[in-house]
Design a binder for this molecule. Sequence first.
Ligand SMILES: NC(=O)c1ccc[n+]([C@@H]2O[C@H](COP(=O)([O-])OP(=O)(O)OC[C@H]3O[C@@H](n4cnc5c(N)ncnc54)[C@H](OP(=O)(O)O)[C@@H]3O)[C@@H](O)[C@H]2O)c1
Length: 330
Amino acid sequence: MTYIPAPDRYGKMEYRRCGRSGVLLPAISIGLWHNFGNITPFGVQQSILRTAFDNGICHFDLANNYGPPYGEAEHNFGIHMDRDWRPHRDELFISSKAGYDMWDGPYGDHGSRKYLISSLDQSLKRMHLDYVDVFYHHRPDPDTPLAETMGALDRIVRSGKALYAGISNYPADKAKIAIDTLRKLGTPCLIEQPNYSMLDRWIENGLTDVLREEGVGCIVFAPLQNGLLTGKYLGGIPADSRAGHDPRYLKPAAITEGKLKKIAALKQIADARGQSLAQMSLAWVLRDKVVTSALIGASRPEQVIENIGAVHSAPFTAEELAAIDAALAL
Ligand SMILES: NC(=O)c1ccc[n+]([C@@H]2O[C@H](COP(=O)([O-])OP(=O)(O)OC[C@H]3O[C@@H](n4cnc5c(N)ncnc54)[C@H](OP(=O)(O)O)[C@@H]3O)[C@@H](O)[C@H]2O)c1
């Protein structure tokens, strides 16, 4: 059936300026890393994306190697594009990336101009798109000169195959050099995509200062720490959870007693605030406006609906923030 988006969708979301650019992004964005490959029914994927858009999530995040297998999430997204999204293309902000291993041989990994440009060409074909809104270098490459990688991003933007350039997983010092290099080339860096959650606060150690000073946006991935920060593992590993059915990225051994103790204490704080732990975890990463968007994953539409509830959360009091720090120190 033809998809007709909810007419009130934009009223349900907060939109934040991405650094000092002209772009606004939804406070919550959706990623297609998991649940969009060949092991998830097409109808489930479709209802996740439709539910997201119906609730004002107009940013979909992909990468060349999302699957399984690699490339499959982009391939499936091409079919979603044809079935649902073509009439709404100008309402969507779509990203892709290259930087991790993608194909065999010396040109399918890391940060060369050869890899980035050919990878984006492949991604556009898979997704049935003429351009992406932002194209990222997915991770720093210690062996390729940054000038070459940033030069490739600049070339890509000038070619019209991406509207903006981004970097992902760059530590503060490398981010600063990448941002300076792109600015000198005349293609400002729109956005950095690092991981950030209550359980992993590394970006507070310099990276957020760089992004604030440079006026670069920040979209944080895995804000629920692969689902751990929803509290779903407090009673054991559910069979239909990431750790239960796809433990490559959330190994049961990583769900330690120590982490569960912190998560149980965090859940009590969320309960007292009258929200779910997932909602509090998202509100927490969004508490500082340097974070433009929290980039979630979802395995079913109900999770998207629950997570959207974070958007209009009450601000944290100083006591709540102190209680969260104390829970994390347990
Ligand atoms: N740049 C990078 O290097 C990089 C790396 C990783 C991810 N990313 C991006 O970030 C996106 C999000 O990553 P992520 O999926 O790890 O994020 P996440 O939001 O931390 O975890 C998402 C998972 O948590 C569970 N979940 C979400 N909401 C829930 C709820 N309300 N209740 C219970 N369970 C819930 C679901 O898994 P189950 O239901 O299966 O348990 C869901 O797939 C990716 O899709 C990708 O776009 C980027």
